[in-house]
Design a binder for this molecule. Structure first.
Ligand code: GCW
Length: 662
């Protein structure tokens, strides 16, 4: 059963000051009946009243009232806004409805962060055209890699729509999200029927709610639909009958869902069907779907998570990290202009630290989009604290060297590098039907942060953390700084007690929580650390798998040479002896020991810091997080001890500091 109560996350406005004014609203250029405008004004009213105690009287003429003027300004770019407070009130200018709703939330955010209503000021255009959440929600109500309860979109193969749906849409709009994929990329069973009469009415209802907040609804697609729901015996993308089937299907989809955004496709990946079965390329598959959806203005987002998942650990040449680039680089330029390739931030799979995928910017003539994972699959299951925004920032700021100037990942996916219109950022979201939406209350900082960052990639991790704390908890300065520092350091803490130096994995198979050093070492997934009694790490240099050579020269050289390789990634690129001397003057093995002891200690500190916030955090939230810190401590100890014992036993080299290794 879905929970009947839910929190308001970062829209739980706190009274910031006692305002003495009342407000009227004036709208020029926009249609007040438009649902996005109407919703934006509702949000303004609700927010101002809660934040300042001032009343919003609507449009009736009232003497001495302040005016909230919403005005269309077509010279502003798509979805952008300008807000400016003055002694008369606030002016919000935007070129379109989305700009209005983002402007309203910007006003409320600034007040919640300490400005008076009449002091608000900002002009912003979104950094990315697509700012998207990917739900891995299944129609039975479960969520793949979900750690916050069940789906609030699906239950028992039905679509669920209630007040929570609207709140979800409000939250997403408030952070600048304009696209949501409602179902898991692994499309199976009932989910294949989302594009049939069985679900159209409900999907339309959902899509209308989203539309009211400027969000386009997208769905994940089963590439084998022509077989599974169409009764054909093939889904070969070049087969005439298959193409005709898809043409009819798209027509039907858009007759029912006129505002539908398009499809996300996981093909030829981890057992999902795809064009390879028919000897066709990824471009053949993506372009066929792109062509049939084009008349309706839809887009196809095609994932690049394609790799051989039946590897043998004895084979040291096949390298999963290479796969994305190997499969997609040659086809650069072949993809049609309503197709976007969605690329995971790293070449493997959302580990705590990976190099940036060489496909990002490696493709120079193809729409591309960055995929990150807010759901903490490998980063602590929303039990352990792990603020992921610093990781996303590193990826966005990475210089691909794909060209001179404008060569960062942020440049590439925003469209600035190639001048293309389609691209952006997508995240596997971490929400579920738990009362607090994200299991760990502090994990909502990642949900919030991803949206804000996708809208404005210039924001810093700290700015985002401070905003989120102000909006969610409105803490005094000292406590804000404490919590902010807890968030900012948490990713490195997690990295230290799990699998540092870019080695990754070592997690319990299947579940992906807790240590199992050899858990994936002999399996088929291509996820090896290659530790033996002499050393550890994967040789991905020109003498090894050659992965490092997939980067442009500057980066290829840097990664190829252990002395130049950033040490936090050194074992991703190099197989090194335990006696290898790191720049810190420590041997590799000593670093492994120290890092795990330090990480565990830092987890204890985090937990103790949380206790200092007991009096300022609402009791329920405090307790929920408290329980998770206890579990995090167990986890950190377990990781520390398992990893240290394993490497002590393998290497035979004792800890210089003589600490207990079990
Ligand atoms: O990391 C893997 C996950 C799968 C997921 C897959 C993907 C949705 O373990 O659960 O499937 O990535 O990204 O497609």
């Amino acid at each position: 059963m879905q929970s009947e109560k839910w929190t308001q996350l970062w829209l739980d406005y706190h009274k910031m000051y006692d305002g003495k004014d009342s407000w009227i609203i004036a709208v020029t250029g926009f249609d007040k009946e438009n649902t996005i405008i109407a919703n934006a004004l509702k949000e303004f009213t609700k927010g101002i009243e809660a934040l300042t105690g001032e009343t919003v009287l609507g449009t009736s003429e009232v003497m001495n009232a302040l005016t909230f003027t919403v005005s269309q300004n077509v010279t502003l770019s798509k979805e952008s806004y300008r807000i400016e407070g003055s002694h008369d009130g606030i002016l919000l200018e935007a070129s379109d409805e989305n700009g209005v709703i983002y402007g309203v939330f910007a006003i409320l955010r600034q007040i919640a962060c300490g400005k008076k209503a009449l002091e608000v000021e900002e002009a912003k255009a979104p950094s990315n055209p697509l700012r998207m959440m990917n739900h891995w929600d299944n129609m039975d109500g479960s969520i793949e890699r979900g750690y916050s309860g069940d789906s609030f979109f699906f239950e028992d193969e039905e679509i669920v729509i209630n007040d929570r749906t609207t709140d979800y849409a409000r939250f997403m709009a408030s952070i600048g999200i304009n696209a949501v994929v409602i179902n898991n990329v692994n499309v199976k069973g009932a989910a294949s029927y989302l594009i049939t009469d069985r679900y159209f009415d409900k999907v339309k209802e959902l899509s209308d709610i989203f539309e009211g907040y400027g969000i386009k609804l997208y769905m994940s697609l089963n590439f084998a639909s022509p077989i599974e729901i169409g009764g054909l015996d093939t889904c070969d993308p070049l087969d005439k009958e298959v193409i005709a089937w898809w043409q009819g299907k798209m027509k039907e989809v858009y007759e029912h869902l006129p505002n539908f955004g398009g499809f996300l496709v996981k093909a030829d990946s981890e057992g999902r069907p795809g064009p390879f079965t028919y000897g066709r390329t990824q471009a053949d598959g993506a372009n066929m779907l792109g062509d049939v959806i084009k008349p309706y203005g839809g887009i196809i987002i095609w994932r690049c998570f394609v790799y051989n998942c039946t590897q043998d650990w004895r084979d040291t040449k096949t390298d999963r990290a290479r796969a994305g680039y190997d499969y997609f680089k040659d086809l650069d330029g072949a993809y049609h202009d309503n197709v976007v390739l969605q690329i995971k931030n790293g070449p493997m799979d959302f580990q705590i630290r990976e190099p940036v995928s060489p496909l990002l910017g490696g493709l120079q003539h193809t729409n591309q989009m960055l995929e990150v994972q807010i759901a903490q699959e490998y980063t602590g299951h929303q039990i352990d604290l792990c603020y992921l925004i610093p990781l996303y920032k590193e990826v966005l700021d990475f210089h691909t060297h794909c060209c001179r100037g404008k060569d960062t990942v942020a440049d590439v996916v925003s469209g600035r590098t190639m001048g293309n219109a389609l691209g952006g950022m997508a995240a596997v979201i971490n929400t579920g039907d738990d009362e607090n939406w994200t299991g760990n209350d502090l994990a909502a900082a990642n949900t919030y942060g991803f949206g804000r960052l996708s809208f404005d990639t210039e924001l810093t991790s700290e700015e985002i953390a401070r905003e989120w704390i102000a909006l969610t908890f409105n803490l005094p300065e000292k406590e804000t700084t404490l919590l902010c520092n807890m968030l900012l350091g948490s990713r490195e803490t997690y990295e230290k007690y799990t699998s540092p130096l870019g080695i990754g994995w070592m997690v319990t198979p299947m579940g992906h929580y807790g240590p199992s050093v050899d858990g994936y070492e002999y399996s088929r997934w291509g996820t090896y650390h290659r530790a033996d009694h002499l050393g550890i790490g994967v040789d991905r240099t020109d003498k090894g798998t050659g992965y490092a050579q997939q980067y442009y020269e500057e980066n290829a050289k840097m990664y190829n040479d252990p002395a130049a390789c950033p040490e936090e990634l050194i074992l991703f690129f190099h197989h090194l002896p335990y006696t290898y001397m790191l720049k810190t003057g420590k041997t590799l093995i000593q670093h492994i020991y120290d890092s795990h002891f330090e990480g565990e200690k830092e987890a204890e500190d985090l937990s103790a810091d949380w206790d200092k916030l007991k009096n300022v955090i609402p009791a329920q939230a405090f307790d929920r997080v408290r329980k998770r810190f206890d579990l995090q401590l167990d986890n950190a100890k377990e990781w520390r001890d398992q990893v240290n014992s394993y490497f002590y036993r393998k290497s035979g080299i004792p800890d210089e500091k003589n600490r207990t290794i079990y």
